[in-house]
Design a protein around this ligand. Structure first.
Ligand SMILES: Cc1cc2nc3c(=O)[nH]c(=O)nc-3n(C[C@H](O)[C@H](O)[C@H](O)COP(=O)(O)OP(=O)(O)OC[C@H]3O[C@@H](n4cnc5c(N)ncnc54)[C@H](O)[C@@H]3O)c2cc1C
Length: 390
C-alpha cells in the first residue's frame, strides 16, 4: 500500500533539472560538529538550503557534491611544474579554460592514481617508479599510492611537461562524491541534511584532508555554497507498505539514511516499526545524533535502539555482536517480513553483519546454514535485504 505522501514525493522526485554536469549552487545554513572534542573522528551535521531549486528527493537518495581542489594545492602543483596557471587549455568537453581553473575544478590532484604513476614513470624514467610499475609489483605499487597526492609524486620525481594540456591525459577527472541524505523532505521541504565524516590524516610529513569532505566540513561555513545534485537510489527505499517493519544497521556515518527514514515516519508518511543498530568507537564522543535517537525511542518513533561502542570496554563490541545477542528477536522480525537495511563501511562491517544475519536465521529458524543461505537469497529477490555501503 502506498500513502499519498509517498506517491507525491515519488512522482516528483526525478523532475529536477540539476545534475552532475549542472549542479545547483546550494547555500549551507548549518555546519555543526556531531562528534565530541576527544573523538578520533570529526563528523559534521550539514544543512543545505534548497531555496527555489525545485530539487526533490526521497529517503535513501544521496547528494552528489562536486569538490574543488584547494588554492594552495593548485599553486604548489603549478610551481613544481613551472607553469603560471594562465596557460590556455581545453576541458574534457573541449571548452577553453585556464590551467589554474582546470587544476581547481576538473583534475584530481588530491589522490594519486596508478594510471598517473605509470605515465609519470614513462615521462621521467625515474628508477624507483620504473621498478614500481613492473608486472608482479602490484602490492608495492598500491602501498606507494596509499596516502600520496600528485604533489608527492612531483617531489619524488620532478619533471617539466611540454604542454599544460598534457595534464588532462595524465590526471583523472575530479569526480563528485556522494553523501547519503540524512533528512526527509516530508519534514524539511526546503533543505537537505548530510552527516559527513571529514577525512583527515597525516602522511609523508603533511597534514591532509579529503578533497570533498574537507571542503564540506572545513572550508564551507554557513553562508558558503556547495554545488549539489541528487543521486536517486531506487534500491534503498522504505517498504512501500507502511506497516512493514524495518531493521536498520547504520554504524558511523551509516546512520545518515536511517535518520531520514525516522524523519519520514515522524512526518506521518508511514507507521513502519523500526529497529536501529548504531555503533562507533565511544559513546561519550561518537554517539551521532544521540539526543534525537534517545527521544525517538522514548516517543515511540523507534521501537528498538541497540548500540555498540567498540572502545568502551576491554574487548571490542560491534553492531554484528549486538545482532548476535539479539538474534532470536531479529529472527521474529525477519519472519514477519521485516526489511533489512545496511549502510556504512563496505570492507569489514557489511560482510560481518551478513555473517551475523545468516547465523541468526540458521539458528532460530531451526533449519540450519543451508536454509539461511536460501532465506537470504529470497530476501534479496524480494528486495528486502538492501545495502548502501561504501
Ligand atoms: C553511496 C555513498 C554514500 C556515502 N555516504 C556518505 C555519508 O553519508 N557520509 C560520509 O562522510 N561519507 C559518505 N560517503 C563517502 C564519501 O562519498 C567520500 O568517499 C568521502 O567523504 C571521502 O571523500 P573525500 O573527497 O573527502 O576524500 P578523498 O580526497 O577522496 O580522499 C580519500 C582518500 O584519502 C586516502 N586516505 C584516507 N585516509 C587515509 C589515511 N589514514 N592514510 C593514508 N591515506 C588515507 C585514501 O587514498 C582515500 O581513498 C558515501 C559514499 C557513497 C559511495
Amino acid at each position: 500500500m502506498q500513502t499519498e505522501a509517498t506517491e507525491t514525493l515519488e512522482t516528483t522526485a526525478a523532475t529536477t533539472t540539476w545534475n552532475r554536469n549542472h549542479p545547483y549552487p546550494a547555500t549551507v545554513t548549518e555546519n555543526r560538529l556531531l562528534t565530541g572534542p576527544a573523538s578520533e573522528k570529526e563528523t559534521r551535521h550539514i544543512e543545505i538550503d534548497l531555496a527555489d531549486s525545485g530539487i526533490q528527493y526521497l529517503p535513501g537518495d544521496s547528494a552528489g557534491i562536486l569538490p574543488q581542489n584547494t588554492c594552495q594545492a593548485v599553486e604548489e602543483v603549478l610551481r613544481r611544474l613551472q607553469f603560471t596557471g594562465d596557460e590556455p587549455v581545453t576541458d574534457f568537453y573541449g571548452k577553453p579554460t585556464s590551467l589554474r581553473e582546470a587544476l581547481t575544478s576538473w583534475l584530481m590532484i588530491g589522490k594519486l592514481s596508478s594510471s598517473t604513476l605509470r605515465q609519470w614513470a614513462t615521462i621521467t624514467a625515474h628508477p624507483d617508479l620504473t621498478a614500481l610499475v613492473q608486472p608482479g609489483n602490484k602490492d608495492k605499487l598500491d602501498a606507494y599510492l596509499w596516502g600520496r597526492e600528485f604533489l608527492d609524486l612531483l617531489d619524488h620525481a620532478p619533471a617539466k611537461l611540454d604542454t599544460a594540456q598534457l595534464l588532462f591525459k595524465l590526471l583523472p577527472r575530479l569526480a563528485p562524491r556522494l553523501y547519503s541524505i540524512s533528512s526527509s523532505q516530508a519534514l524539511h521541504p526546503d533543505a537537505i541534511h548530510l552527516s559527513v565524516r571529514v577525512v583527515k590524516y597525516e602522511s609523508f610529513g603533511r597534514s591532509r584532508w579529503g578533497v570533498c569532505s574537507g571542503q564540506i566540513g572545513e572550508r564551507t561555513p554557513p553562508g558558503g555554497t556547495l554545488p549539489i545534485f541528487i543521486h536517486s537510489n531506487q534500491l534503498f527505499r522504505l517498504p512501500p507498505d507502511p506497516a512493514v517493519p524495518v531493521i536498520m544497521i547504520g554504524p558511523g556515518t551509516g546512520i545518515a539514511p536511517f535518520r531520514a527514514f525516522l524523519e519520514h515516519k515522524q512526518a506521518g508518511v508511514g507507521q513502519w516499526p523500526m529497529w536501529l543498530f548504531f555503533g562507533d568507537q565511544r559513546a561519550s564522543q561518537d554517539f551521532l545524533y544521540e539526543d534525537e535517537l534517545i527521544r525517538a525511542t522514548k516517543n515511540g518513533l523507534l521501537q528498538r535502539l541497540d548500540t555498540a561502542f567498540s572502545r568502551d570496554q576491554a574487548f571490542k563490541i560491534y553492531v554484528q555482536d549486538r545482532i548476535r545477542e539479539n538474534s532470536a528477536e531479529l529472527w521474529r522480525w525477519l519472519d514477519q517480513g521485516a526489511y533489512f537495511y545496511v549502510c556504512g563501511d563496505s570492507k569489514r562491517m557489511a560482510p560481518d553483519v551478513e555473517a551475523a544475519l545468516l547465523q541468526a536465521v540458521a539458528e532460530h529458524s531451526g533449519k540450519g546454514p543451508e536454509y539461511a543461505q536460501e532465506f537470504l537469497a529470497g530476501m534479496k529477490k524480494q528486495k528486502r535485504y538492501l545495502r548502501d555501503v561504501y
